[in-house]
Ligand binder design. Structure first.
Ligand code: SF4
Length: 369
């Protein structure tokens, strides 16, 4: 049984919930715990979920942590509730084809995932048939089925370094790709590295990161993705002013930023990386007491818990997609086993292959831990 007393204490002391708020949500947490135990269900939650969901979940983490947890589920585990956005729930299903995987709200999408589709990858492949194409994990199963490997914010550098090919193409998040290629620098050796920038005037535009030149491929209107680029609608909104404002008050020791931010923001941060890297940094730098945090607001929750004695500041921006999940639809999902994630059998094997390739290229490890 989950220790609900400890969840309530954390909500009050770490996450600053009020007592009436905690009293209001306690019956929901109790019911979630009761049904979870009855069904031997497993709840996986992303770090961008609200704190009570992260706390009641069996596992909360970033994409890679959740992928690794999903891979370890066994025959004793029943229903899997993926309290995440849809591409992550698909990933959980890909790694557990025989289990029933549900998501609280099917409308929980992602602006990065909506910025890429299979037709676009196929057009790129036609032109660059010997390139290694690496997709960020924030893509649909259909896109994953068309690429050579997948990567997450935690392991992208390792995946890119280890994948073979004289040309490497990263998609769909232009800012993320630029930040990762930029960090790798000389480790890229003489390989030609292209970052997908988006669809501009009827063309797929790729940017050669070594000299900034553009390479274009035409694409038909009907084949375009939903969104013209694949950046994160939360992270692409941060501006240098967000950092300067806090720094000008003179009370910030360190700036941590997620690699989906614009390169101009990444350049102002002391650490650019996923949650694991941020936690690692704070563990080894006890002198960093006042921390400015440039990422989705709820991501501060696991850091506040890990380092309760430090002060976290964040120019708060929430992900509307992640916020579609709440305790009510999580409970509904668990109780009524909705909404089930189903995969097209034609793409399933290919998408799983790209995910497994990621684990092979990183020896199944999380480089940030
Ligand atoms: S925070 Fe950005 S990357 Fe994450 S789900 Fe929301 S839109 Fe997608």
């Amino acid at each position: 049984m989950t220790n609900l007393g400890s969840i309530k204490t954390k909500l009050l002391s770490v996450h600053r919930y009020t007592e009436p708020e905690v009293e209001r949500i306690t019956p929901k947490l109790e019911e979630i715990d009761r049904i979870r135990n009855e069904k031997r269900a497993v709840i996986l939650a992303h770090y961008y979920q609200i704190p009570p969901i992260q706390l009641i979940a069996d596992k909360a983490g970033d994409s890679l942590t959740l992928a690794m947890a999903a891979r370890e589920l066994g025959p004793g585990d029943g229903l899997v509730v993926s309290s995440t956005v849809y591409f992550m729930a698909e990933m959980v299903k890909l790694l557990n084809p025989d289990k029933k995987v549900v998501i609280p709200d099917v409308a929980a999408s992602c602006s990065i995932a909506e910025g890429m589709n299979a037709q676009t990858v196929r057009r790129i492949r036609e032109t660059y048939n010997d390139a290694a194409i690496v997709a960020y994990i924030n893509t649909t199963a259909e896109v994953k089925s068309e690429v050579d490997a997948v990567c997450t914010s935690a392991n992208a550098e390792t995946v890119i370094k280890n994948i073979k090919g004289n040309q490497v193409i990263m998609l769909p998040d232009y800012f993320f790709s630029k930040n990762i290629f930029g960090k790798l620098g000389k480790a890229l050796q003489d390989r030609k590295c292209l970052a997908y920038r988006g669809i501009e005037r009827g063309n797929i535009v790729l940017e050669n990161v070594s000299n900034g030149s553009e390479e274009k491929i035409s694409i038909e209107e009907a084949a375009k993705p939903i969104l013209p680029d694949g950046t994160c609608m939360v992270h692409n909104k941060f501006t240098p002013i967000d950092i300067y404002e806090y720094k000008s008050r003179g009370n910030i020791d360190v700036v941590l930023a997620h690699p989906e931010v614009r390169p101009s923001i990444a350049a102002l941060a002391d650490v650019v990386g996923g949650t694991g890297k941020m936690i690692q940094y704070l563990r080894t730098n006890p002198q960093a007491k006042k921390i400015l945090f440039i990422t989705e607001c709820d991501m501060a929750a696991p850091l506040r818990e890990a380092f309760p004695e430090r002060d976290f500041f964040t120019p708060c921006r929430f992900c509307d997609y992640m916020r579609k999940n709440n305790l009510d639809n999580l409970l509904n999902s668990l109780r009524n086993e909705v909404h089930e994630v189903k995969l097209d059998p034609k793409i399933e094997a290919g998408a799983r292959r790209s995910l497994e390739r990621m684990f092979e290229l990183t020896d199944g490890k999380n480089p940030e831990e």
